[in-house]
Design a protein around this ligand. Structure first.
Ligand code: GTP
Length: 418
């Protein structure tokens, strides 16, 4: 029966203490530290490693050794194999610890035929969800490690045209599983007008293809500054970025992180020159927790409910909106039962396989015995026939009249008998 709950809003007189909750939360979070799992995908040489290192201002991913760049010619004609690699780093800033896991997919888009290059990437995202789902259904859930991908940075080649088929394919396959953040790589290779035109084209393609990209939430109680900042970020999608960890001198004598060209300097941290600062805000400074929350509450929940549905477990969509421990418990029980049923089915299959093997073996030995029996029977029949023939011969001889023995023989017989 639905009960009507009355909520009375009152201000407390005197300090009770729950206003300290955010501080308690802060202390707990700082003590525990934070984890962030970011996947970085794009063709080779688009500046992925450089951008990650620029974002965290230290070497997270080691740059490719020069030898590896020079042996490429020797490997001409050899199909590159797409691998999934994870690089972990523990970084600390003002006493706050962050465990950063960067997942890369070297070899993506580098084969002659890239039809299946999305597969290892999608498999990796799914398997991380599966591990989490499995960990959640264990009896001890106190120490679940969250290995789910919280954001996927997708690097678009700065062609100035539009998205390629491979870009669309990959983004469409992952956009409902991860917070997708597309970026235009090495934007310093395009002039400002080209960047703006390219951004419009890419955004049009993204809308046309109905690709969902991560968009920060604007809440009712956000102040004006936060709202304006959020809107500015959204208006600049997709971010056109420049990465560099090297310091260069500007013409007015400043030392900045950037790239120096004969015609001038591109400053990484200058918002009027590229969108690196906006990307850092979205990914690290303002929305890191939101990225994790969306992963957990929206993307993972969707994956989880689809998975359970596939296993034959009905789900009520309201579960996403309100956390109900009873429903959760029921789901876990159902999940456990589904697992047991799967195990039972597997065991049955193994048993049946073994039984049919045994049956086949028995059939084979039965056929063997039958053959041997047949052979023996023929052999015996032949022997019987031979004996019958001999018997017939003997009987024939017996029936012949007895001939008188020659005289010498008769004499001898008489002498012997005497
Ligand atoms: P793979 O390991 O092959 O996947 O390459 P990657 O995408 O990690 O690229 P990486 O960071 O190794 O950079 C490749 C080259 O591009 C290096 O010479 C970088 O200095 C250069 N580079 C990186 N970022 C930029 C950029 O924003 N602009 C320009 N012009 N060059 C860049």
């Amino acid at each position: 029966m639905d009960q009507e709950i009355k909520i009375i809003k009152r201000k407390v007189s005197g300090f009770v203490g729950f206003a300290n909750l955010p501080k308690q939360w802060h202390r707990k979070s700082v003590r525990r530290g934070f984890t962030f799992n970011c996947m970085v995908v794009g063709e080779g040489g688009l500046g992925k490693a450089t951008l990650v290192n620029t974002l965290f201002n230290r070497e997270i991913i080691a740059p490719k050794p020069v030898e590896e760049l020079t042996v490429e010619d020797e490997n001409e004609g050899v199909e590159p194999v797409l691998k999934i690699e994870t690089t972990s780093a523990e970084i600390e800033e003002d006493g706050v610890k962050l465990k950063l896991n960067v997942v890369t997919a070297p070899g993506f888009g580098e084969a002659i035929n890239n039809t299946d290059s999305w597969k290892p990437i999608v498999d990796e995202i799914n398997s991380r969800f599966d591990h989490y789902l499995e960990a959640e259904s264990r009896i001890n859930r106190s120490a679940i490690t969250d290995n789910r991908i919280h954001a996927l940075l997708y690097f678009i080649e700065p062609t100035g045209h539009s998205l390629r088929a491979l870009d669309v394919q990959l983004m469409k396959l992952v956009h409902e599983k991860v917070n997708l953040i597309p970026v235009i790589a090495k934007s310093d290779t395009l002039v400002d007008e080209e960047v703006e035109e390219f951004k419009t084209r890419v955004m049009n393609d993204i809308k046309y293809q109905k690709i969902k990209i991560f968009t920060p939430q604007i809440y009712e109680n956000d102040d004006e500054e936060v709202t304006a900042n959020c809107k500015a970020l959204i208006a600049s999608f997709p971010f056109a970025v420049v990465g560099s960890t090297s310091e260069v001198q500007t013409p007015d004598g400043r030392t900045v992180r950037g790239r120096a060209y004969p015609w001038g300097v591109i400053e990484v941290d200058n918002e009027s020159q590229n969108d690196f600062v906006k990307l850092r805000q979205l990914l690290v400074r303002n929305n890191l927790e939101e990225l994790k929350e969306t992963t957990s509450d929206v993307l993972y929940e969707k994956y989880r409910s689809e998975k359970l549905e596939k296993m034959g477990i009905e789900q009520d969509n309201t579960v996403f909106k309100e956390f109900d421990p009873l429903t959760k418990q029921e789901e876990e029980r159902a999940l456990h039962e589904a697992k047991l049923a799967k195990m039972e089915a597997e065991m049955k299959a193994v048993f049946q396989h073994k039984v049919s093997e045994k049956e086949k073996k028995l059939q084979r030995s039965e056929a063997d015995l039958f053959n041997r029996h047949g052979e023996m029977k023929t052999k015996l029949e032949k022997q019987i026939q031979l004996l019958e023939e001999k018997k017939a011969q003997l009987e024939k001889q017996k029936s012949l009249p007895v001939q008188p023995a020659p005289a010498t023989q008769q004499k001898a017989r008489k002498g012997f008998l005497r």
